[in-house]
Design a protein around this ligand. Structure first.
Ligand SMILES: [Zn+2]
Length: 573
């Protein structure tokens, strides 16, 4: 046994928790759905009053904290640290009292697939452990990009766990690469600007100051996750925008504040496990005293919500705003590369520095939308319906065929990555145009109520305050970065299905232009503006087709309709 240099295997980890489960009534391990590798996803629940029913726990006014480990199994610090933490919570009275107001739900290893694919080489720059799991899961997916598209069974099982336990706080444990500096521990919270204001306030005014003081008192130096503004940290560091594809971004849609712990790859494994452990203890200590403020903020956020107009869909870093933080770095220097002869960067550990740097951690709203009363989703889009249900969205169905006046989107423009990204040709920079029209919907099509009854998302009277509106908006509004549209769920609408034969349509088009003076004028205007069109007979014919009744209305028409004013819809029970 090479002490401090090895991480647990998957089987050892599960056996270990089985022992704790049998030794202590306050620890219970559950199997919660499948993963792509075929093993069940486990959770370990630590509950000091031996209550393992999430509804009852919420009603007792306890806060549930979810700890996720091994989403990247090559970064196993949290896996080992959590094992030690559960044992110590049971064996050390001063730690046990941290469970007075808190129930812990721990995912021992999330990417079981990757953890079983063990090797010693795939983290080339990391100082230990001796062997570890692989980043990709059995489908070679990065599970920390899978929380909206849910390609993996792991993600589906995670979301079932999340929706069942409804945690108010989440810790996702990682190891960072990137620049070198003196800190073993870095971390970041969910981007504060995207949080509802009560949530933002409790994060900025209570949790972060409490956590930083607690860590400082213990002598654990740390700084925000180092995401360089330019090439080295001296240029400043940038707060990470965790969109909903990420674990913490997904959590934030439900007013759950996420923390991503990133220990540094060049620090020894046992030190990294130690600070991950201490971070979690500090987190519990802060929450044990502040949990009521977090609960109150969640309650306020739930009732106030992000109502009505100007709901942000995209965010931009505000480079004009920053905080100043103390940073303990190593001097970044350059010397000739022994590989290429060109200058290469290195960090000189013999030249530590302590200076103030800029921390750019303010994002401003970019594209916005107005929340509808209802979204109407044709039943044909089954995968969308399925994922909305998985995430607790209550759906009702139309009880008859009908035409409904809706705001419809046409996809105006978008870009697509050139190579597959996490199994998808992801779209980005999507823009839409809006039109109000009557659309035919069929009996059984789905209605999501966002603003008002009759499909009631309100959970008042139930202590689990879990808002659902943001999840629906982030996935159903095509312009949001992690919308179902951008993840290719609606790509079918992007292809025209019917065409025309030039030689036949020539005569029809000529007739249309003769009968419709405004169409003729519009074509002439377009020709004046566009020299390419002016010199291309086929393009002009095509222009007429696209501006005629023969061109299919469904091309680029986003099928999800928005009902902006309250109307009583006939719904199935
Ligand atoms: Zn990671």
């Amino acid at each position: 046994m090479n002490k401090g240099k090895q991480t647990t295997t998957y089987d050892e980890c599960i056996s270990y928790y089985k022992v704790l489960d049998s030794m202590y009534d306050e620890v219970k391990m559950f199997e919660c759905g499948p993963t792509d590798i075929g093993r069940p996803l486990n959770i370990v629940v630590v509950s000091s009053d031996k209550d393992f029913d999430p509804n009852r726990i919420h009603r007792k006014n306890k806060e549930i904290i979810l700890i996720n480990n091994g989403i990247h199994p090559g970064e196993p610090d949290g896996i080992d640290a959590s094992m030690e933490l559960v044992r110590d919570l049971m064996q050390k009275p001063d730690l046990h009292k941290l469970l007075d107001n808190i129930v812990l739900v721990i995912i021992p290893i999330y990417n079981i697939d990757g953890a079983l694919n063990r090797n010693s080489t795939s983290r080339v720059n990391q100082k230990g452990p001796e062997s570890f799991g692989f980043r990709g899961n059995a489908e070679n997916l990065d599970l920390n990009r899978d929380f909206i598209k849910c390609d993996s069974r792991n993600a589906r099982s995670f979301e079932e766990i999340f929706q069942k336990w409804k945690p108010g706080l989440l810790i996702d444990n990682h190891v960072s690469d990137g620049a070198d500096y003196q800190y073993t521990l870095t971390y970041f919270a969910t981007q504060h600007n995207i949080l509802q204001s009560d949530m933002k306030n409790v994060l900025d005014q209570t949790i972060l100051p409490g956590l930083n003081k607690n860590l400082k008192d213990k002598g654990i130096i740390n700084c925000p996750y180092v995401n360089e503004y330019k090439s080295t940290p001296d240029s400043g560091i940038v707060g990470f925008y965790d969109s909903p594809r990420y674990c913490t971004g997904y959590a934030s849609l439900f007013n759950c504040i996420g923390f991503t712990v990133e220990t540094h790859m060049l620090k020894p494994f046992d030190d990294r496990v130690r600070v991950t452990y201490q971070f979690m203890v500090s987190f519990l200590e802060v929450m044990n005293t502040s949990f009521q403020k977090v609960k109150n903020a969640r309650e306020n956020a739930y009732y106030k919500g992000a109502d009505g107009k100007d709901i942000p869909l995209t965010w931009k870093l505000d480079t004009t705003r920053f905080d100043t933080i103390d940073f303990k770095g190593y001097e970044g220097k350059y010397k000739p590369s022994e590989v290429s002869g060109f200058n290469r960067l290195y960090y000189d550990e013999k030249s530590p520095f302590d200076k103030e740097i800029k921390y750019y951690n303010y994002y401003k709203k970019d594209k916005k939308t107005e929340a509808p009363y209802y979204y109407i989703i044709p039943q044909a889009w089954a995968k969308v319906i399925d994922l909305l249900k998985l995430n607790g969205i209550k759906l009702k169905r139309l009880s008859q065929d009908m035409n409904i006046p809706v705001t419809s989107y046409y996809i105006k423009d978008f870009e697509t990555v050139k190579k597959p990204y996490e199994g998808h040709y992801l779209h980005y920079n999507t823009s839409i145009s809006e039109t109000v029209q009557k659309v035919h919907y069929n009996k059984g099509d789905y209605v999501v109520a966002i603003m008002k009854p009759p499909v009631n998302q309100d959970m008042r009277g139930n202590s689990q305050l879990f808002p659902l509106k943001m999840y629906a908006l982030e996935t159903l509004e095509p312009e949001a970065p992690d919308s179902y549209f951008n993840w290719n769920f609606f790509d079918g609408i992007l292809m025209q299905k019917e065409w025309y034969s030039d030689y036949v349509f020539e005569d029809i088009a000529a007739d249309l232009l003769k009968k419709d003076k405004s169409l003729r004028d519009s074509l002439n205007a377009a020709i004046i503006k566009d020299s390419k069109l002016a010199n291309d007979g086929h393009a002009q014919l095509d222009w007429v087709y696209h501006h005629s009744i023969y061109y299919e209305k469904s091309h680029n028409l986003y099928p999800v309709g928005k009902v902006m004013e309250y109307i009583a819809l006939p719904l199935e029970d």
